[in-house]
Design a protein around this ligand. Sequence first.
Ligand code: KG4
Ligand code: ZN
Length: 340
Amino acid sequence: MEKDINILAIESSCDETSAAVVKNGREVLSNIIASQIDIHTKFGGVVPEVASRKHIEVVSNVVQEALDEANVTLENIDAVAVTYGPGLVGALLVGVQYAKALAYAIDKPLIPVNHIEGHISANFIEHKDLQPPFVCLVVSGGHTFIVHMKDYGQFEVIGQTRDDAAGEAYDKIARAIGLGYPGGPKIDKLSKEGNPEAIKFPRANFHDDSLDFSFSGVKSAVLNYLNKMEMTKQEVNKADVAASFQKAVVDVLVDNVMKTCKRKGVDKVAIAGGVASNSALRAHMIEEGEKEGIRVLFPSPILCTDNAAMIGSAAYFEFLRGRTAPLNLNAIPNLKLGER
Ligand code: KG4
Ligand code: ZN
């Protein structure tokens, strides 16, 4: 039997400080997440400088907690993995510096992980039998991608947003209708009381055969609608606005994913990122998948939002390919998917 590989992973790309111990890429021994949401809520969004300072304060404790909960010591760790991009540079640097120092101290390999590849890998933890190739929709606060994952570590970007990320659009609309930050879960909840057909918001349609997204059109349409209602002193039904906005977003996400599966002849779709928790997205994707004979997979909500377990999973498949980094690894805030 081959030796088990335990990876200690660190994630600090945005407003969560997280550390995890992951065995053989799919078994989570611990996944500690220190969220800064309460602090950033006061400002209506993530303040980069505050995020970096908070990461510095808690990173040591979070790592120690991850080791304790996994019931291992640093002697049982085979490699240290860290998110080195994309993300907020100051936030990323905290994790990267910490991971480099730790890898050096315990004399183990350092594995650099792309945050988006981490989100995709959350599906390997949730679905133990999942193997590439498959199509993945990554929808988070910072990213919207359709990716064809041909093999471990091999990604072809099929479509991406030309302006706002899906989660960003959710957060902006939530703010406009007074729901607060982070808006995605709040819009999701309120939509259940609204009529998704009440207001017709536009869906971006590119005239080539592009599978890219654009959410700035629907965002402006919602803002214009709210303005018009205010000027004409009409009452806004917030639940209808939320449900109609959500439908416009989910429709294009599902449409483009189904088109990608047809183009690539793939019958498996994995969804990833914070917005993958969205109940309408899940329901609609499953419904369309059933019609087309496509298996639709999601990670459980705790693995959808930023966490280090997903980084530990992605790192394992990199480790098997010998992809480690020297100790002069730097954070790359605009790191592209598939870039090494
Ligand atoms: O992946 P994530 O934790 O952080 C980034 O890497 O961006 O995603 C956070 C985003 C936020 O924009 C949040 O509003 C959105 O995911 N989100 C949701 C839901 N839960 C979180 N959006 C829609 N519906 C949800 N249930
Ligand atoms: Zn993320």
